[in-house]
Design a protein around this ligand. Structure first.
Ligand SMILES: Nc1nc2c(ncn2[C@@H]2O[C@H](COP(=O)(O)OP(=O)(O)OP(=O)(O)O)[C@@H](O)[C@H]2O)c(=O)[nH]1
Length: 294
């Protein structure tokens, strides 16, 4: 038996969460077209005949400096601790800028293998893919290089196969049927947050956080969930609620329908909006909203 943790690291929006979901064949990590969606380390467990791979999706590495941004980057880098292998995920025609040199600095001292995973090959020409490979190979001595599409699954099988080859011998970390370590209340909060990213415009989603306050199975079989959407300014509250409550209704309905589909039971979702003035800038408020600062 082989087992190990594979940390998926990369810039925002390269497709890390999409890959995690494809690997475990379940939507564990939320995916949106907006960068910086992921805020936690999210584990997804893949069981194979003679191996268990625990994949860790991480927040996108970037250089912004608010308390929330610093927290996210710290989560990503801390996810290297205890990893057995790293995927540095990039996308075809990725912009090197200042972020990659900084990110690669953190990989330079590692003794564990690092794979380069070039994503989104479904969108690009072969020559762009090869050029991207050449550029990244010149920046770091990757153990293996894969060119994949996390969306269609192209070449993901060979990535998994090679990953198992590099993993150490050892017993499974997770029991059969356990697919993630994300508690149910956080899974619900994440699904709501995904809808905020999909439905709210421009920068507003980045200034929202979600906490699930109560989950209760009612006698009539309905799952009652109470959640709060926290915003950073009074003016944002009205936008999240929308004219006559139209936006909050959209957010609630989309989340409720998805939860009912997953759980196969009726759900009552009670959503409220609360102002937590300037929360993304303030460490104390991040803590209050459930972000664990070490
Ligand atoms: N065409 C194409 N799009 C992809 C692929 N993988 C991901 N995407 C899209 O890229 C966008 C970002 O995907 P995510 O999986 O959320 O990216 P991420 O790296 O987890 O993003 P952060 O949470 O911001 O770090 C979404 O719109 C995905 O549908 C791919 O292989 N091909």
């Amino acid at each position: 038996m082989k087992s190990g943790i594979v940390t998926i690291l990369g810039r925002p929006n390269v497709g890390k969460s999409t890959l995690l979901n494809y690997l475990v064949q379940r939507k564990i990590s939320i995916v949106t077209p907006k960068p910086q969606t992921t805020r936690f380390r999210i584990l997804g467990v893949k069981n194979l005949k003679d191996a268990q791979i625990v994949f860790a999706d991480t927040p996108g590495f970037h250089l912004a400096k608010s308390a929330l941004n610093k927290y996210m980057v710290n989560v990503a880098l801390k996810s290297l601790d205890g990893a057995d292998l790293v995927y540095l995920m990039v996308e075809v025609n990725d912009y090197i800028g200042e972020e990659y040199p900084e990110l690669l600095k953190h990989l330079k001292g590692l003794t564990i293998p690092v794979f380069l995973v070039i994503n989104k090959i479904d969108m690009y020409k072969e020559e762009d893919i090869l050029k991207t490979e050449e550029i990244f190979r010149s920046l770091y001595d990757f153990k293996e290089v894969f060119k994949i599409s996390a969306l269609t699954g192209k070449n993901v099988d060979s990535l998994i196969e090679k990953t198992v080859e590099y993993l150490p011998e050892g017993p499974a970390y997770f029991g059969e049927g356990e697919i993630t370590d994300l508690p149910f209340n956080l899974q619900v909060a994440e699904l709501i947050r995904e809808k905020l990213y999909l439905l709210l415009k421009q920068e507003l989603p980045y200034e929202t956080a979600v906490t699930v306050e109560e989950i209760k199975e009612r006698e009539n079989g309905v799952l009652y969930i109470n959640a709060i959407i926290h915003v950073a300014k009074e003016t944002q509250k009205g936008i999240v609620i929308g004219a006559n409550g139209s936006m909050i209704k959209k957010i609630g309905t989309a989340t409720r329908l998805e939860l009912q589909e997953i759980l196969k039971k009726p759900v009552y979702l009670d959503l409220q909006v609360r102002v937590e003035e300037d929360w993304p800038k303030l460490e104390g408020k991040l803590k209050k909203l459930g972000y664990i600062i070490e």
